[in-house]
Design a protein around this ligand. Sequence first.
Ligand SMILES: [Zn+2]
Ligand SMILES: [Zn+2]
Length: 148
Amino acid sequence: MSQTHQPENAPHYELSCDCGKTKMTARGEPKLTLYCHCPSCRDLYSVDIASLTAWSDDNVELPDESTLFVHKLRDKEMTRYGCPDCGMILYGRHKPGMPVIPHGVFRKANDGELPAELTPMLHLFYASRVVDIDDDLEKSQGGEAVGM
Ligand SMILES: [Zn+2]
Ligand SMILES: [Zn+2]
């Protein structure tokens, strides 16, 4: 269990796959909430832009891996985890090892809305993009903005 002090009113997210069999929780603040344009995220989630939160292991309670669909990407140090029944991807682990939860998982638990406190802070690996974005967020060309 977490040894990290969490204020009583810290956000608490009860997350679930589409069929409801696989559940997990996140609480407090993510380390990062962002749009990632890197080729690894695009491969891991089969999207043009990954819209994600990265968490400390202390702030999430994940299902036992033996109950999950687990797939490590070929040639990449990235793994995706999902429900074995409905196939929904619930989180990934990227190179530094942090659990990464797509924004869509939070939307699903919140009537389709991304909780306001999880609004993305920046674009990461923008130089690797396949789609141009016209918004006011910082565009970090690589991962240097977050020490990657
Ligand atoms: Zn499911
Ligand atoms: Zn990425």
